[in-house]
Write a protein that binds this ligand. Structure first.
Ligand code: SF4
Ligand code: SF4
Length: 112
């Protein structure tokens, strides 16, 4: 089992999650972060840290798309362990629907 980052993260990137992970298994894309399911030790520490409630345990149903996306992109994007600057428009996208279709980018982020 692992934790999974879902659509609510897109365009938010508050990054409160990345600093608390004891095994540094977050990876940064241009518009969201993902968790490497092979490295996540299932401690659950990150889940309550996310103000967008984007992190869920993979035991919840219906997360197949996100499990696949986390596995795929955590192998391609750079590792991130230090909280970066939150984009100015992060709050305006909180809770918005359809963010994957509108904003998802396969491009890597900067990492840190
Ligand atoms: S705190 Fe939540 S919204 Fe922010 S980067 Fe982490 S998972 Fe994404
Ligand atoms: S559940 Fe624990 S190990 Fe997994 S991503 Fe969150 S903080 Fe890291």
């Amino acid at each position: 089992m692992a934790y999974v980052v879902t659509e609510a993260c897109i365009k938010c990137k508050y990054m409160d999650c990345v600093e608390v992970c004891p095994v540094d298994c977050f990876y940064e894309g241009e518009t969201m972060v993902v968790i490497n399911p092979n490295e996540c030790i299932d401690c659950g520490v990150c889940e309550p840290e996310c103000p967008a409630e984007a992190i869920l345990p993979d035991t919840e149903g219906g997360l197949e798309k996100w499990m696949e996306l986390n596995a795929t992109y955590s192998a391609q994007w750079p590792n991130i362990t230090i909280k970066g600057e939150t984009p100015d428009d992060a709050d305006s996208h909180k809770g918005e629907d359809g963010k994957f279709d509108k904003y998802f980018s396969a491009n890597p982020g900067k990492g840190s």
